[in-house]
Design a protein around this ligand. Structure first.
Ligand code: SF4
Length: 330
């Protein structure tokens, strides 16, 4: 899929920041700078993969976009409507957008209320948005959704703990689908599941996308999973977006040093090719997002860092058509 001016932008994020206020001793305030000045677009019908190490801010970004958590500043536009503007913070009624924008959580067992039956969990979403007329239509809709995600209709009367992790994630997907969304944030939806189940869930998400015309933001720390499902990929490091490009471009012609290190850690199924792959080992720990490094946040671990990298934040540029990165040496 080639993204050019003819592709409709569904979601636009501009200079988004999310800081978490943390209290420190003697009344001193400090901030975890989880997301810092991130801008990107998601086109209608695509899957935008978002990768980076744990703690890089990708989950925070996903939640801020759909306003499950309140951004600190920046701007978010959904289908032409501004749903957050840090410059002009007015109260946007999010109820209509809650129906259009859904989320599938990483840990299905923690995201399902253990005191509710599966039917009640899915039905709650229908109730909130009044998406049925009469009890029969509600029941039929719940049964259709269970069937759609590969569960039995009699599962509606059971509780989440009676299901395996894969089945619980299917329930989470049915709940997200219940309100007929357009856009779904898939927040590491397979990382808590057995490898044998992961591909089933990914295939189901792909089938649903084709059938229902959905748009996904697919968050993962595993570049090989993201490559399989994504149209384009964004790479985050310590709250910053460092590279965005077409999925194959990122995989075969990554530009940013951090993306290259992530790629070098992806195992290749061919043992010969694996032997010839040059691993790039990152030195040191991930710095604290409370006090991130000056200039390029990656400079403390980057094998190519120069003096300028410590002093100046690299500019976000289109290095090649539709391939963006922020690095002084590109
Ligand atoms: Fe490395 Fe400098 Fe590029 Fe940052 S700007 S990735 S430190 S070379």
């Amino acid at each position: 899929m080639n993204y050019d001016s003819e592709n409709k932008v569904l979601l636009e994020v501009e200079n988004l920041k999310k800081y978490f206020d943390i209290k420190q001793g003697f009344g001193k305030n400090n901030y975890v700078k989880a997301v810092e000045d991130v801008s990107f677009k998601i086109y209608k019908g695509e899957t935008f993969g978002l990768v980076g190490e744990s703690g890089c801010g990708k989950t925070t970004l996903g939640r801020a976009i759909i306003r499950l958590i309140e951004p600190t500043s920046g701007k978010i536009t959904y289908d032409g409507d501004v749903i957050f503007d840090g410059e002009n913070k007015k109260n946007v009624n999010m109820v209509p957008y809650r129906r259009k924008m859904q989320i599938i959580f990483q840990d299905p067992s923690a995201s399902l209320d253990p005191r509710m039956t599966v039917g009640e969990i899915i039905g709650e979403a229908l109730d909130v948005h009044k998406l049925f007329q009469g009890k029969l239509e509600r029941k039929n809709r719940i049964e259709y959704l269970l069937d759609r995600v590969g569960l039995n209709t009699e599962h509606a009367n059971r509780y989440p703990h009676e299901f395996s992790g894969g089945q619980q994630q299917r329930i989470g997907i049915a709940r997200a689908l219940a309100v007929e969304p357009e856009f779904i944030v898939c927040d590491e939806p397979i990382s808590a599941l057995d490898v044998s189940i992961q591909s089933q869930i990914v295939n189901m998400l792909e089938d649903m996308q084709e059938e229902l015309g959905l748009t996904y933001l697919f968050i993962a720390h595993d570049l090989s999973v993201v490559r399989h499902i994504s149209t384009r990929i964004g790479v985050m490091y310590l709250g910053n977006m460092v590279e965005i490009g077409d999925s194959d471009e990122i995989y075969h012609r990554a530009l940013h040093p951090y993306t290259k290190t992530l790629l070098s850690a992806v195992p290749v199924p061919d043992p010969e090719a694996n032997r010839n792959t040059q691993r790039i080992i990152l030195e040191g720990d991930v710095p604290s997002p409370i006090n991130p490094p000056s200039g390029c946040r990656f400079h403390t671990r980057c094998p190519y860092a120069k003096e300028i990298c410590k002093e100046k934040v690299p500019e976000w540029r289109e290095i090649e058509p539709e391939h963006f990165a922020a690095c002084h040496i590109l």
